[in-house]
Design a protein around this ligand. Sequence first.
Ligand code: NDP
Length: 362
Amino acid sequence: MGAGLIFNESAFVPSWSGVAVLLAYLGYLAIAGSFLPGKLVAGAALSDGTRINYRCNGLLSLFLLIILLGTGVSLKLMSPTVIADRGIELLSITLGFSLLVALILYVTGCKSRHQGSSLKPHVTGNFIHDWWFGVQLNPHILGVDLNWYDGWLLINLSIFSKSLQNGDANLSMVLYQLFCAIYTVDYFVYEEYMTSTWDIIAERLGFMLVFGDLVWVPFTFRLVALDNQVKTTKAAAIANCLVFLIGYRVFRGANMQKHVFKKNPATPIWGKPPKVIGGKLLASGYWGLSRHCNYLGDLLIALSFSLPCGATSVVPYFYPFYLLVLLVWRERRDEARCSQKYKETWAEYCRLVPWRILPYVY
Ligand code: NDP
């Protein structure tokens, strides 16, 4: 296997069976998301004071999907390598689907007469801009909240099955799969914390997010998985685990501290009463080290996904590099938003915590 395989293994031209695979997957997510039980969480207060209630049933939905697919595989109704075998075809179908959904979101968004923060249309009149960034904050299609999809774990599991089938699964592949599985399951265990993140509270849903969630993130991880054929030493494996664990601790710790702070600003941080600026901004714990320490944690995790691939190719490092660009850009946009929202309180926070992402460097 290797990067070459990514481009040769299957046709880019979609087939009806490929479309059926994608629709079955999205249909399952829509049904499971709407009907499976889960903790009801009130989202962050929007600018008009309203909140959206989210049903956090992602973990149950993920496990049920894995059980259903496992049953399908053991009954020989489907192949465990279907995604790995037809990766490029599924990529082209998902891309087409994203273009269509973004167009539907644009048209329905422009027609919306809602005035609440969640569904109020923000139309600039520039079609490309409105289609790309989206028109509404939290649109629904047929009652399904579209902000919550993730197919990355399934792609990985399929590639892992392919490796096992080919007899070329090695320690670096196992490490990569393990880190990714922990990261994905963790996302759903702490799904509630996502309700206070930028994507949910500030980013409108347009082609950028739909394409990012459905195509870009899952399929760029594929580049890492497919290039993962390097024999790693024990020392390198231990170092790699350390990068993942430190990254995970910073990422989860920072996101958790902010979420807990938003729920109850008096909750102790690292065993001490929190330092709070203007009653609104947390300036202790990870949020006292840099203004986006959570991004630093995420970047270390992304690096740990690629490190098992060694230094033989730059292709697996595409994901951490892309994430670096994305998070630096996002940090700038969030900074502008917070500076406008919190004014002098934000300026005081910046004076107290001068580092944006990496303390003493940036
Ligand atoms: P954050 O979770 O950092 O949310 C930013 C918001 O938090 C701000 O707009 C502000 O909102 C609030 N805030 C900022 N500083 C403070 C503070 N000191 N005290 C209290 N509130 C504060 O941003 P994201 O949603 O971008 O990131 C969430 C996680 O998702 C991160 O770990 C990130 O790495 C990850 N992520 C991963 C991506 C991937 O592709 N792997 C892509 C994007 C994000 P408010 O107005 O509510 O106060």
